[in-house]
Design a protein around this ligand. Structure first.
Ligand code: BG6
Length: 490
């Protein structure tokens, strides 16, 4: 496959929190891969900034180690000098977000205003305001500079509003890139290509033809070392308010007039604002138990160190998008940790044909469009055909399978991870795959009453077995409406 990589303009990317987990796992390895792909121009610089005092060489070593750990396959592919050449682009500044240390030095480094300046706030949200204020007072918050912020963007509507207001004091909305890494996933964008690049689906994409929609993000991992953060968030704040909400938006939104940042985000915002409140009997929350059969993972409460924790590691929700297109079509969302398989999938289940000419014995056969995000990215459409052979008209469902790796040849096109794509979009100045401030606030406005409701009622999440599909309440959510969840399969 011919590479279509177009180098971006020369840039300086400052990573505040450069020695932290996200920088090591995603940002530095992601930049390295773009460097190898030829997208990062030779003049570009990556400047790690963190509190620790360390010489540049030590940070370069840290970056090299991170790349060896998290992008090993890329090193293997590149020429032997790739890593050394990338490390040459790396600098380090010891900086104090709340004091003056390091800021003059950074200001000097960023004095060439012909280059694109991007500042990645890979730090706790409580530091966003300090960093933004410092960038402004040291003359780095100019019209062209941009900042990147990570989730969690607030923990409720009020805190999200405060964060938005703080950032707005120093930067315009067009300069703020709020990352939701799900939007950078290949298949998530493909969802838009499939919906808006084909005539086939859009006419059927409404409550007249769609029975219901399921969105599942199942993980096999537990909370790992993030217990302290996770126990204050839970699956609702950690996954539903952002990642699942974004998937729901892309599935449910009206076609934007063009694929431009505000046209797309305007349509997503309308979906969020059309979401119904969720009553208690449309919510199922769970907490995972310990591992089975030689799997020695601790149960959720042990993992977070609170034997009485009421935080959910699993949640399933039934909601509705109350507008002309979707009134009457339920959307079922579920996500959980320590489940049977890692599988993220969106499923559109179409209605039965209005009348079966094959008689009742033929049973019910529905078209099902499933969009797999990970693993094995691809799209499958279930269609009904005649079972081959004699014996009359027996119907059978078969998949029309478009696993991208099969359909697009052995390379499956260029594999670009979410962070690689999103960081390059920041440099290119393309906000389409980033959340706008009003979107984040609207998502919290829907989320808050749900969380407040279960706190007020004192609800405790139901235990579920590690390696299962979540608590039985989750199955009931669909069963009582005559439906069932799709299998969670790897
Ligand atoms: C993060 C959540 O945003 O997404 C994690 O904080 C979760 O809890 C992760 O594990 C899932 O991302 P992915 O890309 O592995 O599906």
């Amino acid at each position: 496959m011919v590479s279509r990589v177009i180098p971006v303009e020369p840039f300086d990317l400052v990573i505040f929190g450069g020695t932290g987990d996200l920088s090591r796992r995603k940002i530095l390895p992601g930049l390295f891969k773009r460097f190898l792909a030829g997208q990062m121009p030779p003049e570009a610089r990556v400047i790690g900034a963190a509190r620790s005092e360390m010489p540049r060489e030590e940070f370069q070593d840290l970056a090299a180690e991170a790349i060896r750990e998290f992008a090993e396959e890329a090193i293997g592919d590149g020429d032997g000098d790739g890593l050394a050449a990338f490390l040459d682009r790396i600098h380090y500044i010891s900086i104090d977000a709340r004091g003056e240390k390091g800021w003059n030095e950074l200001q000097d480094m960023m004095s060439d205003k012909s280059r694109i300046e991007a500042y990645y706030f890979s730090v706790a949200p409580s530091l966003f305001g300090d960093l933004a204020e410092k960038l402004q007072s040291y003359g780095m918050a100019d019209d062209e500079s941009r900042i990147v912020v990570e989730k969690p963007f607030g923990r409720d509507l009020e805190s999200a509003r405060e964060l938005n207001a703080t950032l707005a004091r120093y930067f315009d909305e067009r300069q703020i890139y709020r990352i939701d890494h799900y939007l950078g996933k290949e298949t998530v964008q493909n969802l838009m290509a499939v919906r808006f690049g084909n005539m086939l689906f859009e006419p059927l994409w409404n409550s007249q033809y769609v029975d219901h929609i399921q969105i599942t993000v199942a993980e096999t991992v537990g909370v790992g070392g993030r217990g302290e953060y996770y126990d204050k968030s839970g699956a609702m704040r950690d996954m539903v308010q952002n990642h699942l909400m974004q998937l729901l938006c892309l599935i449910a939104m009206e076609p934007p007039a063009r694929f431009s940042p505000d046209a797309v985000r305007d349509e997503k915002l309308k979906v969020i604002r059309a979401l119904d409140p969720v009553p208690p009997h449309h919510i199922a929350r769970g907490q995972y138990g310990e591992g089975q059969n030689g799997d020695d993972h601790p149960d959720y409460r042990t993992a977070v160190g609170d034997p009485r924790s009421k935080t959910e590691s699993f949640i399933a929700i039934r909601t509705m998008v109350s507008n002309w297109r979707w009134a009457g079509t339920p959307f079922y969302l579920r996500t959980g940790k320590r489940m049977g398989a890692r599988s993220s999938e969106i499923t559109v289940v179409f209605k039965d044909t209005p009348h079966s000419i094959f008689g009742e014995d033929a049973g019910s056969h529905r078209n099902v469009l499933s969009i797999r995000l990970q693993p094995n990215e691809g799209i499958t459409l279930g269609v009904t055909i005649k079972e081959p052979g004699p014996g009359g008209m027996r119907l059978v469902d078969v998949p029309l399978d478009m696993t991208f790796a099969d359909a697009l040849g052995p390379d499956g096109g260029e594999q670009v991870e979410a962070y690689e794509r999103l960081i390059m979009d920041v440099i290119r100045g393309n906000q389409t795959l980033f959340m706008r401030g009003d979107e984040v606030e609207a998502a919290w406005a829907w989320t808050d009453p749900i969380i407040e409701g279960w706190i007020k009622r004192g609800d405790v999440p139901k235990p579920y077995e590690s390696g299962s599909t979540g608590p039985t309440d989750s199955d009931q959510l669909l069963k009582r409406e005559g439906r069932e969840w799709r299998k969670i399969a790897p």
